[in-house]
Ligand binder design. Structure first.
Ligand SMILES: NC(=O)c1ccc[n+]([C@@H]2O[C@H](COP(=O)([O-])OP(=O)(O)OC[C@H]3O[C@@H](n4cnc5c(N)ncnc54)[C@H](O)[C@@H]3O)[C@@H](O)[C@H]2O)c1
Length: 213
């Protein structure tokens, strides 16, 4: 079977980790290209060393690559804000996108729970790392006893914190409000729609004191 061509936008922690996972373990994907915005980034350097096409001109640079037509699926590991723009560009080319940011444009996908029902979507929204860790457990318990409330307490590595001198520009930090919102909205079967508006998290949300979806 022909492997599907893949590209990654966002050569940071998650994008670089994904690159090596595809390289080392995938029998269905062939990583073709990596796109970033910083030509000197370690992730792009490592992708080049693996012989991948690279660009530091973001999604526009990816589209301009000779290899673009061979790309079937694009993984976006940038930020929620960047993903909105990246997805608009990729949608105009009909590219399938797996969204690893908390932007939540496409249907929520938690593979052990609902992959079959959303696999057709062009944009697959992978919720958040917290959602992927928690929702399968909630769904499993909910299958035998109704879960009325579930809560996750998560911590972020110091190397990804805004106070770390080496990671001041990490995409994970400005993402935290989106992370909280997206994780809390992820539907757990048998629910198929996001829950109603919830109170804002005062600790970390830019919309503190308001309500949001
Ligand atoms: N940190 C985690 O444990 C974790 C887990 C799952 C998902 N995520 C999500 O994955 C995303 C990446 O997280 P990370 O920890 O790798 O952050 P990171 O800051 O290490 O990496 C982000 C990368 O994207 C690049 N980038 C930013 N805007 C871009 C654009 N417009 N075009 C191309 N490249 C761009 C940055 O230069 C950087 O290389 C975030 O949205 C985060 O919420 C993080």
């Amino acid at each position: 079977m022909r492997k599907r061509g893949a590209a990654i936008i966002g050569p940071g922690n998650i994008g670089t980790d994904l690159m090596f996972k595809i390289e080392r373990t995938s029998s269905t994907l062939e990583l073709i290209a990596m796109a970033g915005v910083d030509a000197s980034s370690e992730g792009l350097t490592r992708a080049r060393a693996l012989g991948k096409a690279i660009t530091s001109n973001g999604v526009e640079g990816l589209v301009a690559l000779d290899e673009f037509s061979a790309i079937d699926v694009v993984f976006d590991a940038t930020s929620a804000a960047a993903h909105v723009r990246n997805d608009a560009v990729l949608a105009s080319y009909g590219k399938r996108v797996v969204d690893l940011t908390p932007a939540a444009l496409g249907p929520f996908v938690v593979p052990p729970v609902n992959l079959a029902t959303v696999a057709h979507a062009r944009n697959l929204n992978m919720v958040t790392c917290g959602g992927q860790a928690t929702i399968p457990i909630v769904a499993a318990i909910n299958a035998v006893a109704k879960v009325h409330y579930a809560e996750i307490i998560a911590s972020i590595a110091s190397t990804a914190s805004a106070t770390s001198p080496v990671r001041q520009r990490s995409s994970a930090v400005p993402n935290i409000p989106s992370w909280v919102t997206t994780t809390s909205r992820a539907p757990v079967p048998p629910c198929s729609t996001p829950p109603p508006r919830i109170p804002c998290c005062r600790a970390c949300c830019a919309n503190a004191g308001t309500t949001r979806r």
